[in-house]
Write a protein that binds this ligand. Structure first.
Ligand SMILES: [Zn+2]
Ligand SMILES: [Zn+2]
Ligand SMILES: [Zn+2]
Ligand SMILES: [Zn+2]
Ligand SMILES: [Zn+2]
Length: 631
């Protein structure tokens, strides 16, 4: 279902990483004159990309993707892209890109109001200005003297909670579910009398004069006027066999709930200081089929094996292969529908008494003086990560509801490809970071103290209501509304992380959107106490080393003191300081708001939820604070 060759022209430009995560496979992209849908990965072409990297190596993330999508996946690939497209629109490079198709396919002539699908051939397409791809447009020759009139996308689509998306069924809708009594394929007309809200968009059949307003399809009652979902995945060009049981909803193009990417992200962490084991893990796909020691000489004739394992003897290499195989076999079978655990190896690497030896992707050090004396009550450990590499992979997407961060199966994930994918889109970025560990005994004592507090109960109950309100109608059988409750420890560490991020942005001129966080809070069986604040965004400001230097003793003392003392006040106090979710409210923060704690969406790992200043510094009831005194 690729577009005819004449349409294989650029219709816009976007960053490769943007096309993965902000609007990836299956999402609608608004262009000036119509909207386009990003095709599934079956249609992505790499044959012209040439020498530019086509594979991103990150074994730990690849294993996690396989855990979710199956072992057919054996590669992570960047979006097809080569430099130079902006300067020379006629170059080969300009023909490489992420393929899209116009969607919805129904369009409206802005002059005569004719409403017709692209397939009807009522409209023509023009995209002949290579330097201005965004001027691509459809037109209708209905003006006097065959004047070309602009045609725009009809902005309504249907979507269901199973991730399907379809054109709005204008023909059936205007004829109230029947066919037109006057003609098999009558021309329709769409009169858009104001805004996109649908309240005043009238559809008329030009043959039988039936007319109906789109508002009749909106909202819960409007759903009854819509046909059942046809199970369409327009990014794949497929329809579900037998349709779909979900009731579709009307969406307007541009609605933020049309697409939510489901991504996995891992830091490249050396899995130990055993170089041979690391290299075996990295090349496991090439090595796993080696049947015995006697095949190793042959394997060594093939690159990259010919040079990657030069340092080791055949016997050493074979022993390492057998060790790796045994380790894989002893892993318990993964049949729980859970996200793969990507955090444990990171936590282990950062909290280990001996940090892993530096590699191209990872270099972390402890300051020789240790944690500054004034901060011993706040941090048990400080690690400066000079080099970090984060790899992110797209494993699917959802519509209408965002994926549940705890339960991948709760919101139905739409596939990236027509069959089991052999690769998924990924991107990698390099950066640096600071890892901070809070003292375990302080945290444990604080948990004892606040565990049954009114604040803790309010937060936990709000979490239960939050899940029930969103998901309970999706679940048959038992629904554990507290599944994935992150625990009070998470609130405290997460709040501390936001306080530091905001102070770093304020003091050091970092754009806070270029910072990211990872919270290592563990669970009751395996309590953890770490925060990683890092830069890992494409085109991060070129201040490498700036973030790491903030972990130097003097800077860290100043930064931490300011973060904690600022936390005691918010200009929205007392409103902010007193906030706690009360039934039936289901927001997931306490004393936290845009003024004092929230950060940009790209920075926070949990959408600015699970935050409460009163759990970190004394405001109101001081016994709730993790740090009762500001250092
Ligand atoms: Zn027209
Ligand atoms: Zn009709
Ligand atoms: Zn459906
Ligand atoms: Zn506030
Ligand atoms: Zn956050």
């Amino acid at each position: 279902m690729t577009e005819p060759a004449r349409y294989r022209r650029r219709v816009g430009a976007a960053r490769p990483s943007h096309l993965m995560f902000t609007s990836g496979v299956g999402s609608l992209i608004d262009l000036p004159n119509f909207s386009a849908l990003v095709n599934g990965i079956d249609d992505w072409r790499y044959d012209k990309v040439g020498e530019y990297p086509q594979v991103i190596a990150e074994p730990r993330l690849l294993a996690a993707v396989q855990h979710m999508l199956g072992h057919s996946v054996h590669e992570l690939k960047p979006a097809p892209w080569v430099p130079g497209t902006d300067n020379n629109p006629d170059s080969e490079a300009a023909r490489i890109g992420v393929p899209v198709r116009p969607f919805p396919s129904w369009m409206r002539c802005t002059a005569c109001n004719l409403l017709a699908p692209i397939e009807s051939r009522a409209f023509d397409f023009e995209n002949d200005r290579p330097r201005k791809p965004h001027e691509a447009r459809f037109f209708h020759q209905c003006g006097r003297g065959n004047k070309r009139r602009l045609v725009v996308g009809a902005r309504f689509v249907l979507a269901c909670t199973a991730g399907h998306m379809d054109d709005f069924p204008y023909l059936e809708f205007v004829h109230r579910g029947d066919s037109c009594p006057a003609a098999p394929k009558p021309n329709l007309e769409m009169e858009d009398r104001g805004g996109n809200l649908g309240a005043n968009v009238k559809i008329t059949c030009r043959r039988c004069n039936s007319t109906r307003n789109i508002s009749e399809a909106m909202g819960r009652r409007g759903q009854e006027h819509l046909p059942r979902c046809r199970g369409r995945h327009p990014h794949l060009g497929t329809f579900a066999v037998g349709g779909c049981d979900q009731q579709p909803h009307v969406l307007v193009v541009g609605a933020s709930n049309q697409w939510f990417g489901l991504t996995l992200a891992a830091l490249a962490i050396p899995s130990g200081d055993d170089q041979l084991a690391n290299t075996v893990e990295q090349y496991w796909e090439n090595l796993k089929a080696v049947p015995g020691l006697n095949m190793i000489p042959f394997m060594r004739t093939l690159p990259p094996m010919s040079y990657e394992f030069e340092r080791w003897s055949d016997e050493e290499l074979w022993a390492a292969i057998e060790r790796h195989r045994a380790a894989l076999d002893s892993q318990p079978a993964n049949n729980r529908p859970d996200y793969p655990d990507l955090r444990t190896p990171e936590w282990q690497a950062f909290s280990s008494p001996t940090l892993p030896p530096p590699t191209d992707d990872f270099a972390a050090f402890r300051h020789p003086d240790g944690v500054p004396a004034q901060l011993k009550s706040v941090y048990a450990d400080v690690v400066q990560a000079e080099r970090l590499r984060e790899v992110r992979a797209l494993v699917g997407f959802t519509r209408l509801d965002a994926p549940d961060p705890e339960d991948p199966d709760l919101v139905i994930r739409a596939p990236l490809a027509r069959s089991a994918p052999t690769w998924v889109p990924a991107s990698d970025v390099r950066g640096e970071g600071i890892f901070l560990r809070a003292p375990e005994d302080t945290l444990a004592a604080w948990e004892e103290r606040v565990g049954d507090s009114r604040a803790a109960i309010a937060h936990r109950e709000a979490y239960g209501r939050f899940r029930k309100n969103r998901y309970s109608d999706r679940i048959q059988g038992d629904f554990d509304e507290y599944r994935g409750w992150p625990g009070m420890r998470y609130y405290a560490l997460h709040t501390l992380s936001h306080l530091l991020i905001r102070t770093i942005a304020l003091e050091c001129g970092y754009n806070s959107a270029s910072l990211s966080e990872r919270i290592y809070a563990g669970d009751e069986q395996d309590p953890r106490s770490g925060i990683l604040i890092y830069t890992a965004v494409p085109d991060a400001e070129g201040t490498l080393g700036g973030l790491v230097s903030l972990a130097e003793p003097e800077q860290l003392v100043r930064l931490t003191q300011r973060a904690l003392s600022d936390a005691q006040r918010c200009s929205s106090d007392p409103l902010c300081a007193e906030r706690l979710p009360r039934r039936p409210e289901d927001f997931l923060h306490g004393a936290a708001c845009h003024v004092c704690l929230f950060v940009s969406e790209t920075t926070c790992e949990r959408g600015n939820r699970f935050l409460d200043r009163r759990l970190v510094v004394p405001i109101g009831d001081p016994s709730l604070a993790l740090f009762q005194e500001i250092p």
